[in-house]
Design a protein around this ligand. Sequence first.
Ligand code: ADP
Ligand code: MG
Length: 739
Amino acid sequence: MLEPSTPVQFVKGIGPRLAEVLAAKGLRTVDDLLHYLPFRYEDRLNPRSVAELRAGEMATVIAEVRNSGLFRTRRMPIFQLTVGQGRNRLKCLWFNAVYLQDRFQPGQMLALYGKVEEDRDGGLQIVQPQFEILGDINTNDEGGVETAEKEAEKKAAASLEIGRIVPIYESTGQGKLTPRWFRRIIRWALENLGPDLPDPIPAAVRGHLSLVSAREALWKVHWPDAGESFNDLQSSRTAAHIRLIFDELFFIELGLELKRREQKAQTGIAFQLNDGVRSAIKKILPFHPTTAQKRVLKEIATDMQAPNPMRRLLQGDVGSGKTIVAFQAAIIAIENGYQVALMAPTEILAQQHYFSARQILERAGYRTVLLTGSLEQDRKRDIRSHIAQGHAQLIIGTHALIQDRVEFENLGLVVVDEQHRFGVMQRLKLMKKSEDGRVSVERALLPASERSSADPEPDVLVMTATPIPRTLALTLYGDLDLSVLDELPPGRTPVVTRAVPDERAPEVWDFVGKQVAAGHQAYVVYPVIEENEERELKAAQQMHRQLREKIFPKLHVGLLHGRLDADEKEHVMREFQQGKIEILVATTVIEVGVDVPNATVMVIEHADRFGLAQLHQLRGRIGRGAAKSYCVLMRGAKVSEEGERRLDAMVRSNDGFQIAELDLELRGPGEFFGTKQAGIPNFRVANIIRDRELLEAAKREAAFVISGPNSEISKDEIERALREMRSRWAMSYGLVEVG
Ligand code: ADP
Ligand code: MG
C-alpha cells in the first residue's frame, strides 16, 4: 500500500534511476506524483472524425495509418504521414523528422492532436501534430522478456488510451517519460493508494464550497468521468481541480493567518492620538490630502493606537502620495515620545526623503537625521550616538540602518519605503535573528517567534509602489494588513506615452528642446540591466556628451548614475530639483521615488528591453505637476513579440495596477517578483492569476477556521487542519516559519 509520503521509487515501474529523473522535476513522493496534473486532455471518447474536421480548429482525431514517407526539400527533410477514415484523408507533416521514418506501419491506429489547416491542394493537414500509436506500449525502463504478465499489462494500459477522456502530461526526462508512461504510473499509484485518511479540511469548509473529497479529486483530475465538461477540464474548473487548488491555497492562507494573529497578539505601543497630536499632523500638510490619503492615515492611526503592533502594507501607485502619509504616521510616534526609522532602498531616495523631511518636518521642529553607508566614519559615529541618545527623532537611511545595527533609544515606528526594491538577500537579512534582543529595525521585522518579549514591538509600515494585484498581495503579504492609495492627487493629467523608432530621434530631441524652451525639464534614461551595467553606463555617458555638445549646446545637461559618489549624486539631484540642470541623462537610479514636478518629458532608450514594472516606475517620475507630460519610448528595429506587448501596454495604460496584472500575465509570478523572491510559494496546482477567486475563498475560510471552534467546526477538526498546515509549511515553504 502506498502512502502519500511514500517515495516514488516504490511505485511499480519506477526504479532508482527514474526516481532520480523525477526528483529533478520535483517529483519525490507519491503525493508529488499524484499532483503532477495533466496539462490538457484529449477527448478520445468522442474524437472528431476526419470528415468533420475544419481548418483552424484544434482537434483530436483517431485514424488509421495509410502511408508515410520522407522527402527532402532544399531546406530540410520533411516527414509526411497520411491517415484516413474510410475515404477521408488527413495529411500530417513533421519538419526535420528523420527519426520518424520507421515509426509507422499501415493499419496502425493513431491518436493525433494539433491545429487543422488547409493544405495546398485544398485538403486538410496538421503540421507537427502530437501523436500516440494506440495499443503500442513500449515501456521505457527495464525492458526485457515478454511475459504473460507483461502482456496483460499492455492490454490494461491500452485501455487507458482510447474510448475515454485521456489525460496528457508534459513529457519529461528528455522526453523519455512520455504522457502514456505517466498515465500508467499514476494510474497504478492511484489504484494502490492506502485507505483515505480523515480529510484535513474541516467539513464546514468543504460544505461552504461544495468540495469533493481529496481522493475523489485525485482520481477524477487524472481520469475524468465521461460526462465531464471538456471546457471545465481544459480550464481547470472541474470539481476535482477546484478541490486540489483549494487545498493548496487554503493551507498557505491558514499559515499566514496564524502568523498574522500571533503578531497581533504581541505587546505593542498604544500611541495616543489626542487633539495635540491631531493638530500637529494637520499643521505639516503642504496641501489638502486626497480622500484616499485621509482614509489610509485613519487606518494607520487606528493600528497605532491599538495596544498591539501594527503590521501594515501600504500600496499606492507611483505618485499617489505615500510619503506624506508616512510623515504623518511619523508625527504620531514622535509626538508620543518615540523615534521613527524610515528606510529607503537607494541612497538617492533616502536623500530625497531627507530633503522633503527637512522642508516639511524640520520646519515644524522635528529633529531629522540621514544615515547612509557612504557617510564618513566620524560623521556616522556622531549620528549613531545621536540616535542612541534619543536626540534624533526621525532617522532616514538606507538598509545601512539594518546592516550596521543602529541602536535606538526608543524606536516606536519603522517605515520601509519601496519595499519591492529590497532584494531577496536584504529581505532574508531582515528576517535574521538578533542575538541580543536589542530594539533595532532588524528586530522589529523579525517573525514574532524570534524576538525576546521584554520590550514592546515597534509598529511597522511597509510601503510599495509595485501595485501588486490585490489577490496576490493576499498570498504574498497575507500576514500584513493592507491599505491602498487608489487615488492620485488632483490636477494630474495622465502622461501621454508614445513608442517611437530610433530613426526618429531627431524629432524627439526637437520636441524635448521645445519643452525646455517652455520652462520644463526632461529626463533621458538608460535603464540598466544588472549584467550590463558597464555597457549601459557607457551608453549614458556617451549620450550625455552628445546631448551636451551637439544637440543642446546651449542647455545644461546633467548626468546621474549609480557610480557617482553620494555627494556628487546629491549635487546633481539638487541642481535638477532647482532647475539649474534642464536635461538629466540618467541610468535607472532614478527609478524610485525621485520627485521633480517640473520635469515633463522622459525619453527612455531601448525601452523594449525592460520590464513593464520598471518602465512604469520610470514613467512615474513625470506627470507629477499640473503640466502635461510626455513619455517617449525609443525602440530599436527588432523588437521581440513580448517587448512589443510591453510597449503597447505602456502606451495604452497609465494605471499601475492594470500594468502589473498584465506584467504578471506576461511573465508569471516568479519572474514578476525577480529572482525567486522569498515568500512566493511554489505552487503545484494553483495558479494565482487564474485562481484568484479561490484564493479569496481560501483566505476567508482560513480566517473562519482560525477564529476557533463553534457549532459548525470542532476543536479536533481545527487541530487536524493546523497539523496539516504545519507539515506542509515545513516541507514546502521552509523559509517562513509559523508557530
Ligand atoms: P509616491 O507615492 O510615489 O511616493 P510621493 O509621496 O512622492 O508619491 O508624492 C508624489 C508627489 O505628489 C509629490 O510631489 C507630493 O508632494 C505630491 N502630493 C502628494 N499628496 C498630494 C496631495 N494630496 N495634493 C497635492 N500634491 C500631493
Ligand atoms: Mg515614494
